[in-house]
Design a protein around this ligand. Structure first.
Ligand SMILES: Cc1cc2nc3c(=O)[nH]c(=O)nc-3n(C[C@H](O)[C@H](O)[C@H](O)COP(=O)(O)OP(=O)(O)OC[C@H]3O[C@@H](n4cnc5c(N)ncnc54)[C@H](O)[C@@H]3O)c2cc1C
Length: 371
């Protein structure tokens, strides 16, 4: 048709590339999720799904990536890559992309500590766009109508739609970067769906060179300490005391520990916001992208009650919410609500529960302990 916009043959080039994460000989779950999402995007464009894995003594991991959906796996196996370090990993990725005949159409990393560190380095190097923390990905057309730069007018097929919550997570924003490949995104762990493992899948494995210089090796890993979680797992505890941003700082969890210790079978939970802030490790997160829990008692301290938190704990037998905002959404579904400051109410609760404990000890019967 005469008035149809010109189709700009820019976006359809290149494959989808997933940057894998492994730790201590295990592929991280977010990588499997990215392969699931990447497979859908690649199939939609009729392209291949590529994956790159970096590390040392990687053994069978490249094959596992094929079993989870990759067509081609690039492997950088070198002692210098044993532990994640920004500069060596960045160097390997930049060299890989430079060596390809055409850049990937889309490059995906996890919104993990590693992915959040690495992705902007790559995007900055190639001067391309990056959308962080996506919850959905898709491929579709984009028609550029703005006449500000007439050279860009036209219909761009097969653009990456990087979709993520926006405006306080109340809206979904679809973010596009059609001008340059790779179009980059990181995705939140736990959101994308991995494919079922298929050990009959075949693919290609290419070893790639690792050429690092002294600048890349400035940082030395002196020691790695594996975090060992203490106490009961969230899914096993009968009483969960959970903390949110209202705690004000990570030290607030010490007070919640004291409250939790009033019960025999207890665990500490948390909202995603405080996990993202690094106040408490991810294994404590309750909600859509954390654990789903069903304890006998869930005490939510300084948690607003966003839908993504609610879906992880609303099946608890009894929910008690402590929040200083009487309009906080959590009061709409908590069984008991206490309006006030955590730092006034929790110490008082601890005193009361301890008094009950002492009383029941005298009577020879545990009132507070649930086991
Ligand atoms: C795809 C997706 C997945 C997500 N997954 C999860 C998930 O798994 N789990 C999760 O929790 N969130 C998840 N979120 C985030 C969620 O939307 C909220 O942003 C998050 O739950 C808010 O955490 P919060 O309640 O700690 O913080 P806020 O919303 O900031 O609430 C803090 C609350 O503390 C109260 N407060 C402040 N000071 C005090 C005080 N001194 N005493 C008492 N109360 C006080 C405030 O009134 C407020 O209600 C997800 C979001 C998305 C988009």
């Amino acid at each position: 048709m005469e008035n149809d916009p010109p189709i700009v043959q820019f976006c359809p080039k290149g494959n989808v590339l997933v940057v894998a994460e492994q730790s201590l000989g295990q592929i991280q779950p977010v990588t499997l999720e990215l392969l699931g999402a990447g497979r859908i995007l690649a199939d939609k464009m009729g392209k291949d799904l590529h994956c790159v894995i970096m590390g040392y003594d990687l053994g069978d991991l490249p094959n596992q990536l094929i079993h989870y959906g990759a067509d081609v796996v690039y492997v950088a196996d070198d002692e210098a890559l044993q532990y994640y370090r920004t500069l060596p990993y960045r160097r390997v990725l930049v060299d890989l992309l430079d060596s390809l005949q055409e850049p990937p159409h889309t490059m995906l990393l996890g919104s993990s500590t590693t992915g959040r560190d690495l992705a902007p380095r790559i995007a900055a190097h190639f001067e391309t766009g990056l959308t962080a923390d996506c919850t959905e990905l898709d491929i579709g057309p984009y028609e550029h109508k703005s006449k500000v730069d007439p050279t860009k007018l036209g219909l761009y097929p097969n653009c990456l739609y990087a979709i993520r919550p926006s405006f306080g997570e109340s809206l979904k924003a679809r973010i596009l970067g059609p001008w340059k490949n790779p179009q980059m995104a990181t995705t939140r762990p736990g959101v994308m769906i991995p494919l079922k493992i298929d050990t009959s899948r075949q693919g290609q494995i290419h070893n790639i060179p690792v050429k690092l210089n002294s600048e890349d090796l400035r940082l030395i890993v002196a020691e790695t300490v594996k975090e060992v979680s203490s106490g009961l797992k969230l899914t096993e505890a009968e009483v969960i005391v959970s903390g949110g941003y209202g705690l004000g700082s990570k030290e607030g969890f010490e007070l919640l520990e004291q409250l939790a210790n009033c019960f025999n079978s207890n665990a500490i939970g948390a909202s995603r916001k405080v996990v993202d802030l690094g106040w408490i490790p991810y294994q404590h997160q309750v909600g859509q992208t954390g654990k789903t829990v069903r304890p006998k008692l869930y005490i939510a301290c300084g948690i607003s009650g966003a839908i993504q938190h609610r879906v992880g704990m609303s099946k608890s037998n009894i929910i008690i919410a402590i929040n200083k905002d009487m309009d906080a959404p959590i009061f709409k579904f908590a069984h008991q609500g206490i309006i006030g400051d955590i730092y006034q109410i929790v110490p008082e609760l601890i005193t009361q529960f301890k008094a009950l404990q002492n009383k029941s000890a005298l009577g020879g019967k545990s009132v507070v302990g649930s086991r």
